[in-house]
Design a protein around this ligand. Structure first.
Ligand SMILES: C[S@@+](CC[C@H](N)C(=O)[O-])C[C@H]1O[C@@H](n2cnc3c(N)ncnc32)[C@H](O)[C@@H]1O
Length: 210
């Protein structure tokens, strides 16, 4: 965990300041409003975009990340929020079937095939029956814009410096997210105020099956 934590602390230190979120979760507000009493996990919360969006709308959030820098930025701008440091490639520190909603925004695409499968199984394990994962991951369509990519180490998995970065095509979305259950997904364009380039992402809603 130490090396990975250092790497992400370095990255998250550069991205401090009040989280600037886009409104992708607006699409799910009618679903989310059923869960006002439940704690929602923000997996790989980074500076706290989804956590801020949700707490501003009255939801209880547990913000999780490997990086203490990310968690302290999140706490700075969302006083009183609960946080947990965790490494997604280890077993998740939560009981079976303990959460109804998990958000994972742009945080599930740094992993090898086996790690990604492990993460999906762990999300399934901690989701309640019919629980929902809402996630976004980068599409392979962004590959055209990425000039600094170095080495393809597996299908759609690239090494850039110390970091691994996966780009998903439709087959990948179905392969990995179907481990959890029934999926619905769309490819969309994402442009946050704080980023220069528009990105293409898969937005995925995944309902846990038995
Ligand atoms: C691109 S940021 C996305 C942050 C935030 N969800 C957002 O949308 O702005 C990816 C986040 O995943 C976290 N992360 C990367 N690898 C991780 C791991 N193995 N375990 C837990 N978090 C991890 C990083 O620290 C980083 O904060």
């Amino acid at each position: 965990m130490a090396e990975l934590e250092k790497l992400w602390d370095k990255r998250n230190k550069k991205a401090t300041g009040k989280p600037i979120y886009d409104l992708w979760l607006d699409n799910y507000l009618s679903l989310l409003k059923e869960y006002k009493q439940e704690e929602i996990i923000d997996l790989g919360c980074g500076g706290g975009c989804a956590s801020l969006y949700l707490t501003e709308r009255g939801y209880k959030v547990l913000a999780c990340d490997i990086s203490k820098e990310a968690l302290s930025n999140t706490k700075k701008y969302i006083p009183g929020i609960k946080t947990k440091q965790m490494n997604l490639i280890e077993d998740f520190p939560f009981e079976n079937e303990s959460y109804a909603i998990i958000i994972a925004d742009l945080s599930l695409h740094y992993f090898t095939d086996q790690e990604t499968i492990h993460i999906m199984k762990e999300i399934k394990r901690i989701l309640k029956q019919n629980g929902i994962l809402l996630a976004r991951v980068h599409s392979t369509k962004n590959l055209n814009n990425e000039t600094s990519l170095l080495e393809e180490v597996d299908k759609n998995l690239y090494r850039r410096g110390e970091e691994l970065r996966r780009y998903f095509d439709q087959e990948d979305v179905e392969k990995y997210f179907s481990i959890i259950g029934k999926i619905a997904y769309q490819e969309k364009s994402l442009k946050r105020q704080d980023t220069e380039k528009e990105k293409i992402v898969f937005e995925i809603k995944c309902q846990r099956s038995k």
